[in-house]
Each structure stands twice: as structure tokens, then as C-alpha cells.
Design a protein around this ligand. Structure first.
Ligand code: AMP
Ligand code: ZN
Length: 468
């Protein structure tokens, strides 16, 4: 499996620190609003990376934070006259709903910055002891120049950065030893949330949050660190500086960055009015369509969002879903149960689609090509599978489509939920069939319910049922 590493600018063979295990950290959203479709891109992309690695047999420890203390959260709280934690809690809940609707699995751990302040203070103290940080009137800065390798991720040299930042000094930062130095801890302003520290009552800088959360939940050395490409500099560059100077070890082996999502070929921004939240999209589309749309492109390419492209994604997903429901129909009407000799021989041919799929995914998670392999399989199903085939074979082809889609986190089979009254009605019918000694029908109903995730319990008080 090859991964493009932003740091080396090369596709490299993936070798985990510990065989069979992956330690992965993905920078999560700042929670002051509903997430937008740009934020959804890293969520979908790296969830797919995780799913594929698990499919390959790795045990993935997947950590993704919520940045729940930040100027924007504080501003929103002040605007609404509520606490900052009320704002962040509200939008974490909303974000989790959107993630579930996009079939993005919850991380192994979703740490909250505000719950990890002690560890951050610890790291800053170590940096102070080692001479990598200094305190000026309660603000602690990182001494960037002291880290010789600064710039190794974003491929910027200290000199070039220095000349570029001379004019970027922000008011209040004249006290820095060097314009390149960045904040590790800052004192509170009136009305802001704060924590006690050896330097001032205040809060951590954004970069140290991720350094600490990655360290706490994954260790001092991790396999993959990921996020959107806007985070390469300064966020990830600064994370490397802090973590490596504090721990004395290489922080992350592979750095993965997703390209940006634009709207109608323009940068998405509130001021341009071309801004969509995931919730906006969910009013018009099943969010599986959004997921499918994102995966139809390579994760490192810029991706343009437009109404036409979403319609195309909707049609593409429907084509897969129609093939699946057609296979279900065919399997229910097949005259033969067992696979024939010819079908058995065709199994190898079926394997070719999976090979193509894996080849694409092994090549730096080329989901666009993986989706093409699924389409080829769908084409095969539509043109080569009919009711003449055995039930076993038809179901094998269907399973293959569902499996490949499942690795991409795409739900290709819409399971209709049975309503309570429909279940009751079927149970009633089953009881009558049993009374009439029509056990075949009774068993059929039980199987039909089981397929929809309903299990029946025959008790002395009558039949009880529960959903899976
Ligand atoms: P933020 O809440 O701005 O820190 O962003 C959370 C994540 O979403 C980060 O990994 C960002 O890089 C990513 N992100 C934000 N906007 C976009 C966009 N338009 N396209 C792709 N990724 C984005
Ligand atoms: Zn981060």
C-alpha cells in the first residue's frame, strides 16, 4: 500500500511502526457552527482510508479532535449571550449527526481540547525547560529558530519565512524575540474562558492542542497525521516543531492532506455567498450522494462542487443501487439454488474487479479508480446476470458489489424499515399459518422478518419481537 507523503513529496510504501497496527490522527473541526461541505471532505476521505486499512487487516487507532476553545467559538458565545462550552457542545452534537448521516464512523477517540489542558501545560513546561519556549508577560512563545528542521513539511526555509513574515507582525506581538515565533499559551482577555497555568490565567494556542492530543492517545510517534491542505502551514509545521522538540522523536511518519473543495470553481467562503453546510445539502440529497461525490475524485485533487456534479453523483449512486436491488429481485426469482459448474468457474473473473479495486486503493487511495472498478462490476451484473443464474451466484455478485461499496463506506442497499404495525401484522399471519399447520409459511415469515433485522421470541405469553 502506497501513501503520498506531503513531507517527502513522494508515494511511499506504508510500513507501520508496529506490525498490524495503525496510529492515525486527523485534525477535526473548530465547533462554532454547523460543519460545511469543505469540512466534510477530510472526514469522508480519512474515514475511507481507515476503512480500507481495516479491510487490509490493520487495527486502526483513529483519533480526531474537536477544537472546542477558539476565538470564533468565544465570539459566537458572546453574540448569543451564552457560554463558550454551550456553543461547542451544541455544534459537536450537530457535527456527530452529520457524520453519522455521511456514514463517517466515530473515531476511536474524539478528544476535546478543553479536557486536555493539563497535558498541554506539561508539554509547554518541557519546551520551556529545554529552551524551546519563553514567557513574556504571561504569553508563552515557541522559539522557532531553535528547531533546525523547521519548514521540513511545508518545504519552506527559515530564511524565506523570515523575510515573508517581517511585515506580518500583529499588534501586541512586538514582544516576540522573532516574528517566526508562535504562541503556545496566551493570557485571557476579559470574559474569555481560562485555565490556571504557571505563566498566566489563559488558554493554549491551537497548535499545541493537537500535539498533546496525538501524544496522549497515540504516543510520541505516530504513523499517519492528516488534515486539509490548508493545515500544512503553519498548523502541522508547528505541531512537528513542538512535538519533536518536546519528545525528541520523529512525530509522524506519513503526512496526508486532502485538496480543497471549491464551489463553482471558486473558493468557498461566507463573504462570496457560495457557502453550503452539510445540513443544507441534506435537505436536497441523501448524504450518501455527498459521500459518493467526494470519493469520485482523488483526495489530493481540488474538487469542484456544483449542482450538475451533484446530480451526476446522484445518478451514479443510483446506478449502483438499482443494480443491487435488481440482483435482489433476481435472487428471489431464481429457479436454481446451487451454483453451477460454469458459475463456479466464473468466480475467478469476479475476483478481477476486486483486484482492480484494491490496486486503485493501494495506490494512495485512488477512490476515483476504485469507483470505476465498482461501475465495471455493476455493468457486468446488469448485462451478464439474469434469473437463469442460480440464486447462490446472483447473491455472490450482489455481495461483491456491497462489499466493495462497504469499504468506501457507501451504503448501496437501502433496507426498508418495517413499521411496528407491519411487523405485528406479519406475526399475526405467522400465528395463523402455524395454527393451520402451514409451517413452511410460518418459517418464511420468520426469515423475512429476520432479514429486516427483526427477531422473534416465542414465549409463554405469546410472540415477542425485537429489532437488531
Ligand atoms: P477547521 O474547522 O477550519 O479547522 O477545518 C476542519 C478541517 O476541514 C480541516 O482539516 C480543514 O483543512 C478542512 N477544510 C476546511 N475547509 C475546507 C475546504 N473548503 N475543502 C477541504 N477541506 C477543508
Ligand atoms: Zn490539528
Amino acid at each position: 500500500m502506497k501513501i503520498y507523503n506531503t513531507q517527502t513529496k513522494k508515494k511511499e510504501e506504508f510500513v507501520p511502526l508496529e506490525p498490524g497496527k495503525v496510529r492515525m490522527y486527523v485534525c477535526g473541526p473548530t465547533v462554532y457552527n454547523l460543519i460545511h461541505i469543505g469540512n466534510a471532505r477530510p472526514m469522508i476521505v480519512f474515514d475511507t482510508v481507515r476503512r480500507y486499512m481495516e479491510y487490509k487487516g490493520y487495527q486502526v487507532n483513529f483519533v480526531s479532535n474537536f477544537t472546542d476553545v477558539d476565538d470564533k467559538i468565544i465570539a459566537k458565545a458572546q453574540e448569543e449571550g451564552v457560554s463558550a462550552s454551550e456553543i461547542s457542545q451544541r455544534y459537536i452534537e450537530e457535527c456527530k449527526k452529520d457524520m453519522a448521516a455521511m456514514n463517517v464512523r466515530p473515531a476511536t477517540v474524539h478528544p476535546l481540547a478543553t479536557q486536555e489542558i493539563d497535558g498541554m501545560i506539561q508539554m509547554i513546561s518541557t519546551l520551556m525547560e529545554k529552551g524551546y519556549a519563553y514567557n513574556v508577560d504571561g504569553t508563552v512563545y515557541f522559539r522557532t529558530r531553535k528547531f533546525q528542521e523547521y519548514g521540513k513539511l511545508s518545504h519552506k526555509t527559515l530564511e524565506a519565512l523570515r523575510s515573508g513574515t517581517r511585515s506580518l507582525l500583529v499588534t501586541g506581538e512586538e514582544q516576540k524575540e522573532d516574528p517566526l515565533d508562535f504562541v503556545l499559551w496566551k493570557p485571557k482577555k476579559e470574559g474569555e474562558p481560562y485555565w490556571e497555568s504557571p505563566w498566566s490565567q489563559g488558554r493554549p494556542g491551537w497548535h499545541i492542542e493537537c500535539s498533546e492530543m496525538a501524544k496522549k492517545y497515540l504516543g510520541e510517534e505516530i504513523d499517519i497525521h492528516a488534515g486539509g491542505e490548508d493545515l500544512i502551514f503553519p498548523h502541522h509545521e508547528n505541531e512537528i516543531a513542538q512535538s519533536e522538540c518536546c519528545n525528541g522523536k520523529t512525530f509522524a511518519r506519513y503526512w496526508m492532506h486532502n485538496g480543497f473543495l471549491n464551489i463553482d470553481n471558486k473558493k468557498m467562503s461566507k463573504s462570496l455567498g457560495n457557502f453550503f453546510t452539510v445540513r443544507d445539502i441534506s435537505e436536497k440529497y441523501d448524504l450518501q450522494v455527498l459521500r459518493f461525490f467526494m470519493l469520485s475524485a482523488h483526495y489530493r485533487s481540488p474538487l469542484n462542487f456544483s449542482a450538475e456534479l451533484m446530480e451526476a453523483a446522484k445518478n451514479g449512486l443510483e446506478r449502483i443501487r438499482n443494480a443491487v436491488s435488481n440482483l435482489t429481485y433476481l435472487s428471489e426469482n431464481a429457479s436454481l439454488e446451487e451454483m453451477t459448474e460454469t458459475e463456479r468457474q466464473a468466480l475467478a473473473g469476479l475476483g478481477a474487479y476486486r483486484e482492480k479495486f484494491e490496486e486503485a486503493m493501494d495506490d494512495d487511495f485512488n477512490t476515483a479508480d476504485a469507483v470505476s472498478a465498482v461501475f465495471e462490476l455493476v455493468k457486468y451484473a446488469n448485462s451478464q446476470v439474469s434469473a437463469e443464474n442460480s440464486k447462490a451466484w446472483i447473491l455472490r455478485v450482489k455481495e461483491e458489489i456491497l462489499c466493495l461499496c462497504g469499504i468506501l463506506g457507501l451504503i448501496a442497499e437501502e433496507k426498508e424499515e418495517l413499521l411496528d404495525e407491519e411487523i405485528e401484522k406479519l406475526i399475526q399471519e405467522r400465528q395463523e399459518a402455524r395454527k393451520a399447520k402451514n409451517f413452511a409459511r410460518a418459517d418464511e415469515i420468520r426469515a423475512q422478518l429476520l432479514e429486516k433485522g427483526i427477531t422473534l421470541l416465542d414465549t409463554r405469553e405469546g410472540v415477542k419481537w425485537k429489532r437488531a
